[in-house]
Design a protein around this ligand. Structure first.
Ligand code: ATP
Length: 227
C-alpha cells in the first residue's frame, strides 16, 4: 500500500532523514519509535508531502507520489494527523467535521459511530475540548475523507492517562473495522505495543532496529530503547 525506499529529506542544507525504507500493508499498524529530535515528524511530513524529498521514492498504491502535492496525496487516500492536532478552535466540533466531510460527501454520523465521546460535544467550539477530545476530533476529521492510510504523529502526547486507553481502543477499531493502515509515531510504549505488529526504531534519521511482535516478546527491549 505504502512503500518508501532510500528516503532522504531535511531542512535547507541540513539532512535529517537519511535513507529510510519502509513498507505498510493494508490494515497494518507500523510503529515508529525514537528519541526527541530523531526525525519522526520530519519523516511523516516528507511522506505527506509537506517537506520535499531530496532523494528516494515514495509509492502509494503502486503509484509514484514522491513529488506529488500534499492535497493530491490526501485525495488519493493518504490522511495525516499532525502533532498538535491543528483542529479549527473557533469552529464547533460539528463544523470541524463537516468541513472535512464535505470534500467527499461522507456522512458525519457514520464516522461518529467510532467516536461516541465526540458525538456528545458536537456544538462545543473545538478549542474548548480537552487535549484528548481534540485528538479524537482530529482523528475523526481525518477519517471523514476516507483515507486508506493515516500518518499519525504522537496521538497520546500530552494527553491524560484516562483518555489514552480510549484513543488506543478507537485506533484498534479504525484498523479492524475500516481496514485502514496506520503509520504511528509514538513515544508512549503501551500505545505502540498495543497497536503495532512491527516497530521501526529511528535514530538520527536512520532506521537502526526493527522489532517484530513487540506485545509478545520485546516489551523490555522497548523500554530499554527509550532510556
Ligand atoms: P519530537 O519527538 O521532539 O517531536 P522528532 O523525532 O519528531 O522529535 P523532528 O521534529 O523530525 O524530530 O526533528 C528532527 C530534527 O530536525 C531536529 O534536530 C529538529 O531540530 C530539526 N528540525 C525540525 N523542524 C525543523 C525546521 N523547521 N527547520 C530546521 N530544523 C528543523
Amino acid at each position: 500500500m505504502l512503500e518508501v525506499s532510500n528516503l532522504h529529506s531535511g531542512y535547507g542544507r541540513i539532512p535529517i532523514i537519511q535513507g529510510v525504507a519502509l513498507t505498510l500493508t493494508q490494515g497494518e499498524v507500523l510503529g515508529i519509535l525514537g528519541h526527541n529530535g530523531a526525525g519522526k515528524t520530519t519523516l511523516l511530513r516528507t511522506i505527506a508531502g509537506f517537506l520535499p524529498t531530496t532523494s528516494g521514492k515514495i509509492s502509494f498504491e503502486g503509484k509514484d507520489v514522491t513529488t506529488a502535492e500534499p492535497f493530491l496525496r490526501a485525495r488519493s487516500g493518504m490522511g495525516y494527523v499532525p502533532q498538535g492536532r491543528q483542529i479549527f478552535p473557533a469552529l464547533s466540533v460539528r463544523e470541524n467535521l463537516k468541513v472535512a466531510a464535505a470534500r467527499c460527501r461522507q456522512p458525519v454520523d457514520e464516522i461518529l459511530e467510532l467516536f461516541p465521546r465526540i458525538g456528545r460535544v458536537l456544538d462545543r467550539p473545538g478549542g474548548a475540548l480537552s487535549g484528548g477530545e481534540q485528538q479524537l476530533l482530529a482523528l475523526a476529521r481525518c477519517l471523514c475523507v476516507r483515507p486508506k492510510v493515516v500518518l499519525l504523529d504522537e496521538p497520546t502526547e500530552g494527553i491524560q492517562p484516562s483518555i489514552i486507553d480510549e484513543i488506543i481502543e478507537t485506533l484498534q477499531r479504525v484498523v479492524l473495522e475500516k481496514h485502514i493502515s496506520i503509520l504511528l509515531v509514538e513515544q508512549n510504549l503501551d500505545c505502540l505495543a498495543a497497536l503495532s505488529k512491527r516497530i521501526l526504531v529511528l535514530n538520527r534519521g536512520k532506521i537502526v532496529e526493527i522489532l517484530e511482535d513487540p506485545k509478545d516478546h520485546n516489551s523490555n527491549r522497548l523500554a530499554e530503547l527509550m532510556l
